[in-house]
Write a protein that binds this ligand. Structure first.
Ligand code: SF4
Length: 454
């Protein structure tokens, strides 16, 4: 077994943790190895072994040859404390500490006023399959987890937000929910970005939040379905968050279907997971950690973290040497750095950059969409690209907005590329700039039919 790399910062949010072990220490699976130094969650060893060395951003563990399913259990005097001590963070993306998200307000009062827990089971990024696979495998734990989270946050109602294409999963859930009057499910259309927090609030509750408002402003909390499972395991089994479910997909030898790996030890390398899925095809473009919209390029030796959902291997990039390219940055796709990285992989010369006018800059430097999934129209940006001599335009827009770019761009002679093109080609999904909603539903039905759980 290869060395395991436990990152001291496991998500995009918060500060790195401080190690509480030193080189040469023997550690057991589940043992606390790093504590938060500010906003963050504790890190626990995902394998038993010896601390090989420690750098400023990670603890490297040499695993014992023999591993067992046992783990060091977390302690806590309440369900919330168990979730906190288990190091649970949001497993759908940013990795915000769950105990803070669902715990009491600063004044100590309960978070919600008879509000809603909105369970995000949208598996929003195209081609991913591990969230739905987990629900299919064990829907009962999801229901129990929702009840724990509802109780902690003060919610009267739980709503599971799931895309309507997952017909078999919905049928299973409906049977269970027949006996659960406080929990229902809400069906989402299959467009990106249905999993964005405010989109989930809007779809489930009909409330439009401002970009700077959190779901609490709608008396709700949005929580990813895998995170709900981790809460249930922390409470019932006293299990720290040491495993992650991951979809591996794309230019993988032996097929581009979704390879879903359950309970992968956090800290396993991207390369080890790709090998497990069949190995890399000889020719590929890049390896993405995360989804094709919000993930970023990674390397074979990078470790997966608590918030890692997918590893995607794309087809090779076209060589656009000598061609001028414009970049349109969307709040729901790649940020400017990611878009520039992609442009450099196309070897294009970037001559103009603009932002979707609904991609509002936030105080922390990120951008949020004013109205996710409701496009303001992109004619002005296309005119700007045209007038600045761009031949190609690279976009990262949501489904709806990609269609509006396409409504005017090609007519002006612009060749439109979407940041997800090479990943979509690799997983056999239509490219976003050519996608209609009905086509998307058909595509993703095939995706789910082909899931291979390993
Ligand atoms: S409106 Fe703009 S920022 Fe919002 S999802 Fe669409 S492209 Fe992204």
């Amino acid at each position: 077994m290869e060395n395991i790399q436990m990152m001291l910062k496991q998500g995009a949010v918060g500060r790195p943790c401080a190690p509480v072990v030193k080189t040469g220490d023997k550690v057991k699976r589940g043992q606390l190895i790093a504590e938060p130094t500010g906003l963050g969650a504790p890190v626990h060893a995902s394998v038993s072994g010896v601390v090989d060395y420690i750098t400023n951003d990670r603890i490297i563990i040499k695993p014992d040859e023999k591993q067992s399913d046992d783990y060091v259990k977390v302690e806590g005097s309440s369900n919330l404390e168990l979730i906190k001590n288990a190091g649970i963070i949001g497993q759908g993306g940013a990795g915000f500490p769950t105990s803070i998200k669902i715990g009491p307000k600063k004044d100590g009062s309960i978070l919600l006023d008879h509000g809603y827990i909105l369970v995000n089971a949208s598996e929003c990024e195209p081609g991913l399959a591990h969230n739905i696979a987990q629900i299919d495998e064990d829907p009962e734990t999801l229901i129990r987890g929702i009840k724990y989270v509802m109780e902690i946050a003060g919610a009267d109602k739980g709503i599971i937000a799931i895309k309507k294409k997952h017909k078999a999963t919905i049928e299973t859930l409906d049977k269970l929910l027949a006996n659960e009057p406080a929990i229902e499910r809400h069906l989402l259309p299959d467009i990106y970005p249905m999993g964005e927090e405010r989109a989930v609030v809007r779809e489930c509750l009909g409330i439009e939040l401002e970009p700077n408002q959190l779901p609490a402003a709608a008396n709700s909390v949005v929580i990813n379905s895998e995170t709900v499972y981790s809460c249930a395991k922390a409470i019932e089994d006293k299990k720290p968050l040491i495993d992650k479910n991951v979809t591996v997909r794309g230019r993988i030898k032996g097929g581009n279907e979704a390879h879903v790996f359950m309970n992968v030890p956090v800290g396993t390398t991207v390369g080890a997971l790709i090998e497990k899925a069949g190995g890399l095809e000889e020719e590929f473009g890049e390896i993405i950690m995360g989804g094709s919209f919000t993930g970023s390029a990674t390397t074979l030796d990078a470790p997966i973290m608590k918030a890692t959902g997918a590893i995607l291997v794309t087809v090779p990039f076209d060589d656009l040497t000598g061609h001028k390219m414009g970049i349109l940055v969307c709040a729901c796709g790649g940020n400017l750095n990611r878009m520039m990285d992609l442009a450099s992989k196309y070897k294009a010369e970037v001559t103009h950059i603009c932002y979707c006018k609904q991609a509002q800059l936030q105080p922390n430097g990120t951008r949020k969409c004013e109205r996710p999934g409701n496009c303001p129209g992109q004619v002005k940006n296309n005119l700007d690209f045209k007038s600045t001599g761009c031949e190609y335009v690279l976009i990262g827009n949501c489904s709806d907005c990609s269609n509006t770019v396409m409504a005017s761009g090609p007519k002006m002679g612009l060749k439109v590329l979407h940041m997800t093109d090479k990943a979509m080609d690799a997983v056999g999904h239509d490219r976003y700039r050519e996608l209609t909603v009905s086509k998307a539903v058909d595509q993703d039905l095939n995706v789910v039919d082909n899931v291979e759980v390993e």
